[in-house]
Design a protein around this ligand. Structure first.
Ligand code: Q0Z
Length: 287
């Protein structure tokens, strides 16, 4: 980092630094988590792939909603952004039935108050994408909430605005991804409010860490789908009989290389830009 910065927060695989009162620096590491555990082995360039993808989507969606991005770092893994007042909900949209959505459907026939048709199977495509907000858990898992609970947290006007924008952004990104052989099954977006009271898209956007990416050519509803990016890691971890508690296993070099290849492939398919060009000049993703 060229500027002095104060560390303000850590995610499992990312860090936030304050540049000044108005600006933050988000830094994406090469760490990878599986089954909620960060592994001791890194995936080279993973942080760059995720940073480049977010930058790409922020640029592509700027006519739909303003975003927090100010600049990409020359290292390709850092994002200088506007500091916002973040909404206290995760804005999740689901086009397919997976994860906690599939679980909730099995228990109640509903997801976040959306009653779904009977007889759906795991990974089925939904009749239409649904907005399924969640609370932001400080530790443990986010909790799916219905409209009333989310309105109690952010107010009705903000809720309706966030829902409309989340659905519109998902439609835009999922169509582009599908044309390039990737199903964007669901995604989590985060919004903040700027000093003028405008809703602004923040954090990361349509990365494999904030979304479920499925290879379209292997799509087969009726069970869990292979993950576009992490499947080699999951399969390897399952093969060990690891109990999925800390610490996780070291990854062998073929699993690391194969997984890096999947991240780079996702980047190149979705952006249409060669990853080497991104490394040479990160701003290429901004168009
Ligand atoms: C994002 C997170 C990360 C840990 C806060 N533009 C913004 N303004 C204010 N706050 C945030 C942002 Cl993006 C903000 N997070 C999520 C990101 C590491 C947690 F890189 N937390």
């Amino acid at each position: 980092m060229s500027e002095s910065a104060t560390h303000v927060s850590s995610g499992k695989v990312r860090e936030i630094y304050a540049l000044d009162d108005d600006r933050l620096l988000l830094v994406a590491s090469d760490r990878i988590s599986t089954f909620d555990v960060v592994l001791p082995t890194e995936i080279p360039d993973k942080g760059r792939v995720l940073t480049g993808l977010s930058g790409f989507w922020f640029a592509q969606t700027a006519s739909i909603v303003p975003n927090h991005l100010l600049a990409l770092g020359a290292d390709g893994r850092s994002t200088e952004c506007r500091r916002l007042e973040m909404l206290p909900i995760e804005c999740v949209v689901r086009g397919y039935l997976a994860g906690s959505g599939w679980k909730d459907y099995g228990t109640t026939g509903e997801v976040c108050g959306h009653r779904l048709p009977p007889g759906l199977v795991e990974s089925d495509r939904l009749p239409e994408p649904i907005f399924t907000p969640a609370t932001k858990a400080q530790t443990g898992h986010d909790e799916n909430i219905d409209r009333a609970a989310a309105v109690a947290l952010v107010g009705e006007e903000r809720y309706d605005q966030a829902e409309r924008l989340t659905l519109e952004l998902y439609r835009f990104a999922s169509e582009r991804a599908r044309e390039r052989g990737i199903i964007l099954a669901d995604t989590k977006l985060e919004f903040g409010v700027d000093r003028e009271g405008r809703l602004v898209l923040a954090d990361e956007a349509f990365t494999p860490d904030s979304s479920r990416f499925w290879p379209a050519d292997a799509y087969e509803p009726g069970g869990a789908q292979p993950s576009f990016d992490k499947q080699f890691v999951r399969d390897y971890c399952e093969s060990l009989g690891w109990d999925k508690t800390y610490p996780g296993p070291e990854l062998p070099v073929d699993v690391v290389d194969g997984t890096r290849g999947r991240y780079v492939d996702a980047f190149e398919r979705l952006t249409g830009i060669e990853f080497a060009d991104y490394l040479a000049r990160p701003d290429v993703v901004l168009g």
